[in-house]
Design a binder for this molecule. Structure first.
Ligand code: ASP
Length: 325
């Protein structure tokens, strides 16, 4: 029987990390090809094309590089792959998954995974996560679901997943909605039907979008200079349901005249409000002053959406994209 084609790209991260000498910290050195050597059973499930596209800590990934990864993944699908798996560092995985999801224009699944423990650590989770990710990418019921994150036996939708712990094995969660699926005895089980997807055109230019977090008694110096510094858009990680101080609110009003501003919640879970709080700096005031509310989209993901919308000159569609978040 002809096995399905599966494409795997390694970008680096803890899953690819080891120490070259005892006592030194781990760095990304393990290629995708070597990662697969620990998973001999994969060759009974699929014909694999594995490539090492990078060996980077995920803090050093950037949008330009991710666009080249996306180009590679698109090619794999046009050459007959039934799915694509990307291994990378977990630190920015919630952002890269969102980035890919807004641009992934295929019914075939793209699955992102990584590891919390490096290869030499006892109980390393990389091989199990990679095998799970491959099972998800190969599963028929994963089609039409866009980009998903597979970690620790759970499947998460790209727009919902967040890294919620710095070092724990259970480091990923979808705080509002929970995981969309689970791996149960090697079977891919979904808990919800696929959600409707909206794919953006490829960005034509590299926008500059700032992300500022509101904090108690913060001054307005950075905020006041955002436009002069050349930023094309601004995301604010606001207090609670999307709030800022009265001082910040006044500056935000002048910024929204010039560039789009999104206000998200810095709480780590939940939605921004629309019509609950009437104080200066509350969400009703900020909406009146021209800001858009992010809904359940976290500040980092909101920044990705704004970067992509500005990059393809669709910032006018921002409200429509945020409506269902
Ligand atoms: N701690 C990170 C990881 O889990 C390092 C990185 O993101 O590259 O992979």
């Amino acid at each position: 029987m002809d096995l399905p084609k599966l494409a795997i790209a390694a970008l680096g991260g803890t899953v690819s990390m080891q120490a070259s000498h005892a006592g030194e910290g781990v760095i990304p050195t393990v290629s995708g090809e070597t990662l697969l050597q620990s998973l001999p059973e994969l060759s009974t499930l699929a014909r694999i094309n594995v490539e090492t596209l990078g060996l980077l800590p995920s803090a050093s990934l950037d949008f330009e590089f991710l666009l080249s990864v996306l180009h590679w993944a698109n090619e794999q699908i046009s050459q007959g792959a039934v799915g694509v798996v990307i291994t990378q560092g977990t630190d920015t995985l919630e952002e890269t998954a969102t980035f890919f999801d807004y641009l992934w224009n295929h019914n075939e699944p793209l699955v992102v995974t990584g590891a919390m423990r490096s290869a030499a650590q006892a109980g390393a989770d990389g091989p199990a996560n990679l095998l799970d990710a491959c099972r998800v990418a190969l599963a028929e019921n994963s089609r039409h679901r866009g980009v998903q994150v597979v970690m620790n036996g759970q499947i998460h939708a790209a727009n919902a997943v967040r890294k919620i712990d710095s070092l724990a094995l259970q480091a990923f969660a979808s705080p509002v909605s929970g995981p969309v699926g689970l791996l149960i005895e090697n079977t891919v089980r979904y808990l919800r039907p696929p959600a409707q997807r909206r794919v953006l055109p490829m960005p034509q230019r590299c926008a500059k979008v700032a992300l500022l977090e509101a904090s108690l008694s913060a001054d307005t110096l950075l905020l006041e200079n955002i436009v002069d510094l050349g930023y094309d858009g601004l995301v604010i990680a606001g207090f609670g349901a999307g709030h800022v101080s009265g001082q910040w609110a006044a500056v935000i009003e002048s910024i929204t005249q010039k560039i789009p501003v999104i206000v998200a919640t810095r709480t780590g879970s939940g939605s921004t409000a629309q019509c609950s709080y009437g104080f200066i700096g509350g969400e009703m005031d900020l909406i009146r002053k021209g800001a858009a509310m992010a809904g359940c989209l976290c500040p980092r993901k909101a920044r990705i959406l704004l970067w992509l919308l500005i990059g393809c000159q669709r910032q006018g569609d921002l409200a429509r994209y945020l409506k269902d978040e």
